[in-house]
Design a protein around this ligand. Structure first.
Ligand code: NDP
Length: 281
């Protein structure tokens, strides 16, 4: 755990972001800092977090609290939130962003690897939300999940990933109703394809990382654009953000024409198959 520097800029608001060592999480940390939030960030790669923390601290007049945490561990999430409270005394926004993806057919995937995806994406979200909730209720703050279109539409080769995102939706949609009268804001965000390390780090059969991206990352949304939309969503207390026209079409077609959508998804994703998973012709 490390505090970069308390610049004490007078801003009261505190945002907690999991998985800030790359991609959308790093962009969120910068976007919150730009908007004068003090931030608490975590991930496993502490070196990356420290340099992001220093960069933010030098550029923006905010305080950064950095923690090396593995969000698949309940204890690690509890420590992270407790240390954040010791440091700031409050939490206004929790963004459950950390996640890992998958590129393997269920038949080829070890259950331990399936479990790792659920532990990180789903349980990490449940743990951090549980420990932060008393403070979010006090501040009438926001709990946010960076979910995915895969939380609305199924995808082959991602049984564990889709399960984790669907489960996050069930959890947060229910939490929202429980808190209809408490002032808690609950927001689910589904970015479209966004340039990041998510595909490179995706778990393949045998438990290794995919190592490369099978898609053209340069043609995707930028993490900075995602972060801007998330901050706007928090400001106007949106319920759900589904990004990109393709994402919106996928969500609605899955609801309205599920059988047609099965085929569209199959043939679209077939283009992505490689040595890690193959769909039949
Ligand atoms: P990245 O791989 O770039 O970032 C993932 C982040 O999660 C990293 O900071 C990583 O840090 C952290 N993380 C992973 N496992 C753990 C863990 N056990 N404990 C703590 N931190 C962890 O991917 P993205 O930025 O793309 O992903 C962010 C979120 O956005 C994910 O939830 C993903 O599902 C979602 N998303 C991404 C899309 C995309 O196309 N990029 C599309 C839709 C949704 P470290 O390895 O240092 O621990």
């Amino acid at each position: 755990m490390a505090k970069i520097e308390d610049k004490n800029n007078g801003s009261n608001k505190v945002a907690v972001i999991t998985g800030a060592s790359s991609g959308i999480g790093s962009a969120l940390a910068i976007e919150f800092a730009k908007n004068n939030y003090n931030i608490a960030i975590c991930a496993r790669r502490i070196g990356r977090l420290m340099s992001l923390g220093r960069e933010i601290n030098e550029t923006y007049n905010v305080d950064v609290f950095v923690s090396q945490s593995d969000i698949s561990s309940k204890q690690s999430c509890e420590n992270f939130i407790n240390k954040t409270i010791e440091h700031y005394g409050k939490i206004d926004v929790l963004v459950n962003n950390a996640g890992i993806s998958q590129r393997a057919l269920f038949n080829d995937l070890d259950l331990e690897d399936f479990q790792k995806i659920i532990d990180t994406n789903y349980w990490g979200t449940v743990y951090c939300t549980k420990f932060a909730l008393p403070y979010l209720l006090k501040s009438k703050g926001s709990v946010v999940a960076i979910s995915s279109i895969s939380g609305f539409s199924p995808l082959p080769g991602r049984t564990g990933y889709c399960s984790s995102k669907y489960a996050i939706h069930g959890f947060l949609e229910s939490l929202r109703i429980e808190n209809l009268k408490t002032g808690l804001h609950v927001m689910i965000v589904a970015p479209g394809f966004t340039a990041s390390e998510i595909r490179e780090k995706a778990v393949v059969a045998g438990g290794k990382e995919q190592g490369t991206s099978p898609r053209d990352e340069a043609k995707m949304m930028t993490p900075e654009r995602v972060a801007e939309k998330v901050l706007r969503g928090i400001r106007i207390r949106k319920r759900t953000i589904i990004m990109t026209p393709m994402g919106i079409a996928a969500v609605w077609l899955t609801r309205l024409l599920p059988e047609l959508m099965d085929r569209i998804i199959y043939y679209h994703l077939k283009k992505e198959d490689n040595e890690n998973y193959k769909l039949l012709k």
